[in-house]
Design a protein around this ligand. Sequence first.
Ligand SMILES: [Ca+2]
Length: 456
Amino acid sequence: VVGNALSREQAEQWVIDLGAGSRTSRILFDSHRDLIYVTDFGNDQVIVVSPVERRVISRIDVGKRPRGMSISIDSRVLYVAHSGEPSIASIELDSGAVTKHPVPSLYDWPVEEPYYPWEIAVANERLALLSSNPPGFASGGPLYGVDLRTFEVAPRNDMRDQDGYPLRGARSTMQISRDRTTIGIIPEYAVSWPQLVRYDTANDSFFSVGSRDARDIWLNNNASRMISANVIAPALTVYDQDLRIIRPIELTDSPALGLAFNPAAPKYVYALAYTLQEVRLDLGRQTRLIEYQAPEGYLHGPFHSMAMSDNGEWLYTPLTLTAEVPPGKLLAVRVGPPRPADYLAPVSQMKPLAEAQARNWWELSWTGSDDVSGVDYYAVEYRTGEKGDWKLRATTTDTNALFTGATPAQRYDFRVYGVDVAGNIERYPDGAETTTVAGADTSGLSKTFLPQLGAW
Ligand SMILES: [Ca+2]
């Protein structure tokens, strides 16, 4: 970890009381309406907060002990998982009309009692994933799929670890990428080690990797990067879209419970424990670690749920007086200026190479563009043959680079991805974008310099 300097900042912030008996569970920012929804398991309500007016504007009665929330693709319906009864609610957000849908089939070995819903994540127009939990425990029941047209609930026994053992529901979290391609899941401890799971919306399929220490997971806008919080140590881990570890990140306080990417500046990551810390990842270096001070007399955590405004200006978390008292307040911290709406990564493409090279060096070139903030840099990767691991060759603001020192007769594959100024990272293509075979001629090479900034 490089440049891990901590600074403490007293940012602009405001606190609102969520009302008598309120117990904050999850917080969700509705970017369509600029409203914040808070599930309150103390009063069995969804609390609606206007961040503009900085007050509670309505309270919606739902079922017992509401917990997870997820918003429909068309932003018209909010689904709520009730952890105190076998049902979920759908709330028509424009009218406030609430419909309760029983989910009677949540029984499974080894608990004799029914499992109740816990977290819910809308994958597409038709399907939501629903995790379950036995009442009074936080140990995780099976994962279910909910048909959003009929509200039929069916077990998802296809969420399995690498050895094929079925995994059980989410311990604490299911996070949806902004582009809705991916849901990141941390299942309950199972037969095997704890796992990180990626659910692909397009393929309706799960992909798992082992992880000894994951607690929360968060995805950037297009799920090209995922971050998990270490359950034991004050540390985070950055993964790529295939859940390969890219790098660790050290925090300075206790292990984080909650995580968030800044949607408008996804190079900024927030980790919530007893303190709130901001990590700035820039060109592969951890350039800054900021600790936001809680308002006097309060503690930041430890809580799981965080939400951010669409423009990346405000971060919302639960707030409490002591670690023993459940949170009944909402804290808003201003973590930066409002930012332009840049949620899409650059699009780039390698230009095709000749099938074979005469020399053992050649020029690579590519094209690329970005919609709003512009391309910050490109990362060029290569592998030797189809089975080789991808390796970073260069990060550069240019659209060409020399590839030198190749082994004659060796096949080389290339791919490129772009990172925009806001910090959106393009997803890798599945395979090579261009391929060539190296020659033996070493003559003619006048420069060997390859720019190297370090990617993340
Ligand atoms: Ca962009």
